[in-house]
Design a protein around this ligand. Structure first.
Ligand SMILES: Cc1cc2nc3c(=O)[nH]c(=O)nc-3n(C[C@H](O)[C@H](O)[C@H](O)COP(=O)(O)OP(=O)(O)OC[C@H]3O[C@@H](n4cnc5c(N)ncnc54)[C@H](O)[C@@H]3O)c2cc1C
Length: 427
């Protein structure tokens, strides 16, 4: 972006989307003020640190080919980590563990498939890698094939793992196939958690002159021909030429209650949710599985400290999750269900527990790419000067990659708006 020296922009929300937009705009010479309601920046990318352990909010992996990594690298934000590669990987099928087919050798050796299914799975895997295309929902794509139940369930599990979404019937097949390909291209687990790049983004924002306010809840946003104002819960008013709402669709709709397009988005929003059990262990139980994927149930377990510095010497951090179907809320036995997965995959873990974090019904993504409806763009036709960003906005990517891509795009749209002088003076 070329530098401009006029204009002031308010950003509501200090998660990935808001912080990336702030750095982009700050570095292009725009005066930016960011408002985050929580005491800390980062939103769902925050990390809890205690006694040498680092727990993200559920399992977090950075996609090598995704928009978040691309943005961090371009902005020069440092992070370190290791490729998410466990030594012993399991598939859970009908209550039993099988080795998870991840390459030709493990496919041949796995007891998950019979010989015929091994051939079918190898062929479909090749098609996925080579760029299989499809229309409609991911369920439509699965229905159009003639897979046995275990092959079909394995592909659904691969979709859940790649996209974090348990909703094959509303996720776009083409987006899902792209996401699976991207996941196969590798992910990173980050040393000391995702908070490291959040801290890097916050520092970069401040160095670029952004005023960062935490503990600052915005209650209302008003835009008109003269500019854009954010009204805070404590009565303060932030005056600017434009505002980016880098919050979820329901918060955005509540903040700008007279903007019809946002009300429609909030009504249509289909969040993807998960229950997670994040465990800090004295040590990893001997002989336990380091990674497990539910084939007939939407479960995930992974030893993240096997690839990244997340635990003190000898300790371990393990994330266990259930990808919730849209119809399922956080139930009373949510955590017991995850503990049962831990018992199956890593027996002997219970006496080794040092600390845990339980998250029920967490919003993983505010909006996945749907087959029947495009996600909204960053600019709102019915509210000039008001922009949106977050993991439910824009055409690119899923989960944090969508948050990052829309943050970059919103910054560029605001920049163009200011440059065009569409709003002459701040109110
Ligand atoms: C269990 C789990 C696992 C995940 N795993 C992965 C993964 O492996 N890979 C991946 O890419 N992504 C993953 N994600 C998704 C990723 O964490 C999110 O997509 C991303 O962090 C969203 O960023 P955001 O900026 O869009 O929203 P948020 O992080 O939600 O940020 C919005 C911010 O706005 C603030 N806010 C809201 N209302 C107001 C207000 N009125 N005034 C001021 N501030 C306000 C909030 O406090 C929040 O900090 C996972 C998420 C979860 C929960």
């Amino acid at each position: 972006m070329t530098a401009i020296s006029t204009g002031k922009v308010n950003i509501v929300g200090g998660g990935i989307a808001g912080l990336i937009a702030a750095v982009e705009l700050g570095r292009s010479g725009v005066a930016v003020e960011l408002f985050e309601s929580a005491a800390d920046l980062g939103g769902r990318a925050r990390t809890k640190a205690a006694d040498g352990f680092f727990l993200n909010q559920g399992p977090h992996a950075l996609y090598n080919g995704g928009a978040l990594k691309r943005a961090l690298d371009r902005l020069g934000i440092a992070y370190a980590g290791g490729r998410g590669m466990a030594r012993s990987r399991k598939a859970i099928w009908k209550g039993r563990l099988h080795s998870l087919p991840v390459d030709g050798k493990s496919l041949m050796l796995s007891s998950l498939f019979g010989l015929r299914d091994k051939v079918v799975f190898a062929r479909v895997f090749q098609r996925l890698v080579k760029g299989e295309r499809a229309e409609g929902s991911f369920t439509d794509w699965l229905d159009a094939q003639t897979f046995s139940p275990v092959v079909r369930s394995s592909l659904e599990a691969l979709g859940r793992l790649s996209a974090y979404a348990n909703g094959s019937d509303h996720v776009s097949a083409s987006a899902m196939l792209v996401q699976i390909r991207m996941a196969l291209g590798g992910t990173l687990y980050l040393d000391h958690g995702w908070v490291t790049f959040i801290a890097g983004l916050a520092q970069a924002a401040r160095e670029a002159g952004v005023t960062v306010n935490v503990g600052a809840r915005v209650e209302r946003v008003e835009t008109d021909a003269h500019g854009s104002r954010v009204v805070l819960a404590d009565g303060r008013v932030g005056v600017g030429n434009a505002t980016i709402l880098a919050v979820g669709p329901h918060h955005a709709a509540a903040l700008a209650s007279d903007v019809g397009s946002l009300q429609a988005e909030a009504r249509e929003a289909k969040a993807v949710r998960a229950n997670t059990l994040d465990l800090a262990l004295k040590r990893f139980p001997e002989g336990a599985g380091e990674f497990a994927l539910g084939i007939d149930g939407p479960f995930y377990l992974s030893l993240h400290s096997g690839s990244a510095k997340l635990a003190p010497e000898g300790g371990a951090v393990v994330h266990i999750a259930k990808y919730l179907p849209a119809s399922e809320g956080p139930s009373r036995d949510a955590i017991a269900e995850l503990e049962a997965i831990a018992d199956l995959v890593m027996p002997g873990w219970r006496p080794l527990e040092v600390m845990r974090q339980e998250l029920r019904g967490m919003t993983v993504a505010n909006g996945m790419p749907r087959w029947d409806r495009a996600r909204p763009g960053v600019a709102l036709a019915d509210a000039p000067g008001l922009f949106i960003a977050g993991d439910w906005v824009g055409a690119e990517g899923m989960i944090a990659d969508c948050a990052a891509a829309s943050g970059v795009e919103a910054a560029s749209a605001v920049h163009a708006w200011l440059k065009a002088g569409a709003v002459k003076s701040a109110a």
